[in-house]
Design a protein around this ligand. Sequence first.
Ligand SMILES: [Fe+2]
Length: 339
Amino acid sequence: MSLESMGAIPAGGQDSGGIPPPTGTRILVVDDEALQRQVLCDLLVAEGYEVATAASGVEALAQVLEAPPDCVLLDVLMPGMDGYEICRRLKSDLRTVFIPVVIVTVLRRLEDKVKGIEAGADDFLLKPVNPLELLARVRASLRLKHLTDELDHAEGVLAMLAAAVEARDPFLVGHCERLATSALELGRAVGIDSEGLAALRRGGLLHDLGKIAVPDAILLKGSPLTPAEQAVMMEHVLVGERICQPLRSLRPVLPIIRSHHERWDGSGYPDGLRGEAIPLLARILQIADIYDALRTPRPYRVGLPPTEAATVLREETARGWRDPRLVEVFVALPAVGLQ
Ligand SMILES: [Fe+2]
């Protein structure tokens, strides 16, 4: 069957914009009708895209996870899982949330469009497809994806900086990774949702990023800090927050960075927050942070065994510094090693 008989107007390669897509730019076409898949496939391949196809929702989701595409073109009316549901699933999974989804549909009513927007679709295209419009929308979606990838890249750079901070202190190597793991475990135990868990993981790596502004003479000092040195050290929570602030993807992590030195009784810094006014994720990370610090050997003392580290944590809680409920959940975790 020809493109015309499918209602598509041949592109004739005239809307390439003069610039071919970067090699390996991959589009996933999801449609239960083989001919529709073929139409879109032909148009995109002619423009230099790599195209994969899926005939059902289940197949599409499996393909996206196996080989994430740069954009998904998604039919709505399909037996089994419809396009809205596929879109919802893609947009509620952290692994796939940033892949642009263009809904391709015969449904023209406003409520259908609203449904698509609610499912998280990035754009819409009406069937029969106009090739010029199709290619323009795909290009716009890819631009969006590119920006998001750049943000991911920026986040990677910050994580490398955080690792560099950690590397300045040989006794802290591996600390961030370990505390991120135990903070996640505590987060799961108290029912934190997947977005919160992702923030905890990033918070584990980035919470002390601001120490980049603390001189070695203070950071590595083996004896107690003077009040002036302490003030410099305390700045790290604000410096870290400032560095990460421009990245939208790190917004959920900012309260962790800013508030991980607050204390339950209000005697912490930088804001002197008290009790549940301290963001929950910051309270969780703090407990994992302190526990790992206690377990890690320092130049002036050996690392404490699990029972002693837990005792110190409980003593600090009795003093009013930590969230008592979280501390008890934490010390009961299998990873803490007391069971
Ligand atoms: Fe810190």
